[in-house]
Write a protein that binds this ligand. Sequence first.
Ligand code: 1GP
Length: 237
Amino acid sequence: MELQSAIYNEWRHVFKLDPEREISDERLDAICMSGTDAIIVGGSSGVTFDNTVDLMSRIRRYEVPCALEVSNEEAAVPGFDHYFIPLVLNTDKAEWLAGRQIQALRKFGAFIPWENTSAEGYLILNEEAQAAKLTGARAALDSETVAAHIYMADRLMHLPVIYMEYSGKFGDMELVKRALRLVTGARLFYGGGIDDAAKARQAAAAAHTVIVGNVIYDDLEAALSTVEAVLAVELPK
Ligand code: 1GP
């Protein structure tokens, strides 16, 4: 278990691709050959078995490791290197913490490649993000409340990954750094609003793993510039 889960413990820079969005072969080639540590496939809506298989098989032409964030049981496609199961920590709607997951596990629990599967504790911190609206996340949290969530995820629940998600907006790096100082076992992922090398550097100094999404579709050159920017920053603590 430990050895397999370590796959993402080496990741500093990750590109996240949304199966619902179209991406040309050329652009996908540039992303897969960019030197990024991994690609995560995932999205908040419109993720289906078919569009996930399609994107996976295109990424599979390359050597880059590829993980799936399983946000919908119908789109649980075999063949990825790793699977992340998101648990939304800052919502009052229990279905997003341990509701839908339980339903999926009732059906598929015995068939899940557990050695390649990890829980991912999500803290959704941008109220405007689609994921926040979908899950009813209480995104406007003060620093003490964020710290309490980190204690819960890291020290009580022993989640292997905590994901500070600002999707669509560049987050509060002081808050992310504080979270990083608090984690003892979890890998801290940060994602949201990175659209140039300078923001990528700041995020790389605040979190273990930096995830870049939207800019891939908006400005390929800027997206590619984040790889070197992140990899040049020494891993915090
Ligand atoms: C989204 O955290 C990722 O889940 C990346 O965010 O799309 O804003 O880069 P952006």
